[in-house]
Design a protein around this ligand. Structure first.
Ligand code: KE4
Length: 426
């Protein structure tokens, strides 16, 4: 790591826990001190020491059009001059809501919030209020943000840091959350046999990105839809990553499933803080002030976030960039797979569209158990050698690699070459 980043990290650790505002950024799992990023443009980042990187984190998903996209910057510049926050309804919020309702198949009504955590936390409260039930079913390795009820057997940073759950979550609350293996309907059936009338909702990342990317079995998702319907529970799709990522209408468009509620975030804010939850009108209308289930937010629907989000969604909803993303991501991951094979390193690729993960494991990775069985030490060595060559990956084997429209074929070829170097060296 360069001198400026090192100095900044030393300062940061004195006044910010772990020196970061989100744990996974600290790079603990891969044994590095994080480079401090100074600027970004397109698919590139530069750190405080001027080192250039090709960015496959994409701010953990939002930057599907790359950094500083012309139309996003222009929309923000125009919006800035009109004020930054009013705390009052605006036309842009209506346009954002109409866009989400138009594009996401199951959403008839939607509420904007300021993060994915707020979106899932609110959806859980709504499901509990709507059904009058308290239990929640989630899946091992899925991460839905850090709301108390959802920090049980979670993925992403919780898995990265090997935190069993989290101190501070009341046991009485944690007991209301049942966490089961992903891609396996049998335990779900048993849970509903035992607790059916108590289960408010099943929440799932339809294509998990927080244990690395896992490809869902169609019958698993179909089964969740059927069993929740049979038992009067709600099905919540957490599409904070997959919304507008794998298709304009997200995973529910790809897999033809109509969840009762959907959580969104990341991409819909175009890089500004945003989240959203939406679904059927008869459910959403239970939210205050129309109904009596409460959720609120000072900066919800913030004009700048709406401007950046709308500029992004206007491009995405046309749908013509997904073929380009598919081709670029396919080129990248086929190259990474070939590089691992040439180095004699067992690997498996899980990818849907422009989100994917290279696991160092010979056998398929279909759930959290098999994801955790991948070679994390090998990942650590791979990660460091890629970073040294200017390839910026998520510092955890339990995250997704994202491709944006700003990644060029030349950048992808360079990335594959760097992977060949890194893997030969391991
Ligand atoms: P935020 O509260 O971080 O905006 O969103 C929480 C969330 C909810 N649902 C899913 C499927 C998510 O992936 C996330 C957040 N993702 C992580 C990384 N995969 C954010 C990165 C971080 O925690 O620093």
């Amino acid at each position: 790591m360069g001198e400026r980043s090192k100095l900044l990290f030393d300062r940061a650790t004195r006044c910010i826990p772990g020196g970061v505002n989100s744990p996974v950024r600290a790079g603990k799992a891969v044994g590095i001190d994080p480079p401090f990023i100074a600027r970004a443009d397109g698919a590139l980042l530069w750190d405080a020491d001027g080192n250039e990187y090709i960015d496959y984190v994409c701010s953990w998903g939002p930057m599907i059009l790359g950094h500083s996209h012309t139309e996003v910057v222009q929309a923000l510049e125009e919006s800035l001059r009109l004020g930054t926050s009013y705390g009052a309804p605006t036309e842009r919020e209506v346009e954002m809501a109409e866009t989400i309702v138009e594009v996401v198949p199951s959403i008839e009504m939607v509420r904007m919030v300021n993060s994915g955590t707020e979106a899932t936390m609110s959806a859980i409260r709504l499901a509990r209020g709507y059904t009058g039930r308290e239990k929640i079913v989630k899946f091992d390795g899925c991460y839905h943000g850090h709301a108390d009820s959802l920090l049980v057997s979670a993925g992403s940073g919780v898995a990265t840091l090997g935190i069993p759950g989290s101190p501070g979550v009341p046991q009485d609350l944690a007991r209301q959350t049942i966490s089961l293996p992903f891609n396996d309907l049998e335990p779900v059936g048993k849970a509903f046999q035992k607790f059916g009338p108590e289960i408010a909702a099943v929440i799932v990342e339809p294509i998990p990105g927080n244990m690395g990317v896992i490809v869902p079995q169609q019958e698993f998702l179909d089964g969740l839809s059927q069993i929740t319907r049979e038992h009067g529970s709600l099905l919540i799709f957490d599409e904070v990553i997959t919304g507008f990522r794998v298709a304009p209408g997200g995973a529910q468009e790809l897999f033809g499933i109509m969840p009762d509620l959907t959580c969104l975030g990341k991409i819909i804010g175009g890089g500004l803080p945003v989240g959203a939850y939406g679904g059927k009108k008869d459910i959403m209308s239970k939210m205050a002030p129309e109904g009596d289930i409460y959720q609120a937010g000072t900066l919800s629907g913030n004009p700048l976030a709406m401007a950046a989000g709308l500029a992004t969604l206007r491009i995405l909803k046309k749908g013509d960039i997904y073929k380009e993303l598919e081709d670029k991501a396919s080129m990248l991951f086929l190259g990474l797979e070939e590089a691992a094979r040439a180095a004699g390193i067992p690997s498996v690729i899980n990818r849907i569209g422009s989100m994917g993960t290279l696991f160092f494991r010979a056998d398929p990775v279909t759930d959290f158990e098999t994801a955790r069985a991948s070679d994390q030490d090998l990942f650590k060595g791979y990660y460091k050698r890629m970073l040294e060559q200017g390839i910026y990956l998520a510092p955890s084997p339990f995250e997704a690699t994202f491709v944006s429209t700003a990644h060029t074929q030349e950048m992808i070829r360079k990335t594959i070459k760097c992977a060949e170097n890194a893997l030969q060296d391991l």
